[in-house]
Design a protein around this ligand. Structure first.
Ligand SMILES: Nc1nc2c(c(=O)[nH]1)N[C@H]1C(S)=C(S)[C@@H](COP(=O)(O)O)O[C@H]1N2
Ligand SMILES: [Mo]
Length: 328
């Protein structure tokens, strides 16, 4: 096995987040956690080596690269993108998902479609992907915890998938519920979030051509820890909007409840558009640690965070007239 190298987190950033979390687990079990702040995606690193090999694995996917939706920035390595993850159903440490997701079975897979749409029901993964050919897009990927990566995702535009269900005029939002399998997901034993993990988008955000329903990365099927077999990627928003392992899509008239917003509404807004001008109450969002290329690991370089994660030209118009400080 490869020697585990230092986790890509700067010493100065190892905050007591993981301590907050553990305390929260304990207090929640006593029904006392409500007054405590949630930790966001935990920034603590547990340091234990991941069990999974860091060699590229997974079935290759044929997907031509989209020039329109590809950034030329230096890619994050396969190793970092698949060993440094947030997927709390497998544990809150960054190495936990790679280490604990081996028992998870992403196939066969079906997704329930419900709510305000003409076409609803249960669909297989293959069926969901039919409306569009797979393509590869290299996106910036920015976690609310102020680290970022550059990842070549494989998927189809979310809008192409959703349009085929013919959402009605009452569909103003679309909600995503992710899988909850306690026998395969050890993190579900801890009440860190109100499981199952839920996320949602406004309809126009979901239909925007940048929103991607991803089934792979680096030309291969998604590893379990990255959200196999399908997950959302909304590159102008903080990473937690990108729900992994989706099992239900529901069209709503009112704004749906979402997991992180429910856990800590003053810290994680519904919109969560990447915004360097609006700090998280406990840390700055004006810069980020870019985990990519030789600058990875402890020496990851800090770069300025861009409004809408660099996609302002494409998406700022979606929020015309909105106060982005109030609607963070
Ligand atoms: N179901 C589920 N989806 C999730 C999460 C999670 O804990 N559970 N974490 C989110 C967070 S905080 C981030 S930053 C991204 C991380 O995606 P990656 O591990 O593929 O980089 O997934 C998001 N999707
Ligand atoms: Mo995140």
């Amino acid at each position: 096995m490869k020697r585990y190298r230092a986790p890509p987190v700067a010493g100065s950033e190892i905050t007591p987040e993981s301590v907050y979390l553990q305390r929260r687990h304990f207090l929640r079990s006593l029904g006392l956690a409500a007054p405590l702040l949630a930790s966001g995606c935990s920034r603590g690193e547990d340091g234990a080596p991941p069990a999974a090999a860091a060699e590229p694995s997974g079935k290759p996917l044929a997907a031509p690269r989209s020039e329109r939706w590809t950034t030329g920035e230096e890619l994050t390595s396969w190793n970092d993108a698949t060993q440094y993850n947030n997927y709390y159903e497998f544990g809150t440490g960054k190495g936990d998902p790679a280490r604990n997701a081996g028992r998870f079975k992403p196939q066969p897979w079906t997704v329930e479609v419900a709510g305000h749409a003409e076409v609803i029901g249960r669909f297989t993964l293959e069926d969901l992907l039919k409306p569009h050919a797979l393509e590869e897009r290299v996106y910036r990927h920015r976690c609310v915890e102020a680290w970022s990566m550059v990842i070549p995702w494989v998927g189809i535009p979310l809008g192409a998938c959703l349009a085929r269900f013919k959402p009605t005029s009452r569909a103003k939002y679309v909600a995503f519920t992710t899988v909850q399998r306690p026998a395969e997901m050890p993190g579900l034993a801890y009440p860190v979030l109100d499981w199952p993990y839920r996320e949602a988008l406004r309809m126009d955000e979901a239909m925007h051509p940048l929103s991607l329903l991803a089934v792979g990365l680096y030309g291969r099927e998604l590893p379990n820890q990255n959200g196999a077999p399908l997950r959302l990627i909304v590159p102008w928003k903080y990473g937690f909007k990108g729900a992994k392992s989706i099992v239900r899509i529901e069209f709503w008239e009112r704004q749906p409840v979402t997991s992180w917003n429910l856990a800590a509404p003053t810290e994680y807004g519904f919109y969560s558009n990447v915004n360097p001008a609006v700090d998280h109450p406990r840390w700055t969002q004006s810069s980020e640690r870019r985990i990519a290329g030789n600058g990875g690991g402890l020496f990851a370089r800090r770069i300025a965070t861009q409004p809408f994660n660099g996609y302002a030209e494409d998406v700022a118009s979606l929020y015309a007239g909105m106060d982005l400080r109030a609607n963070f």
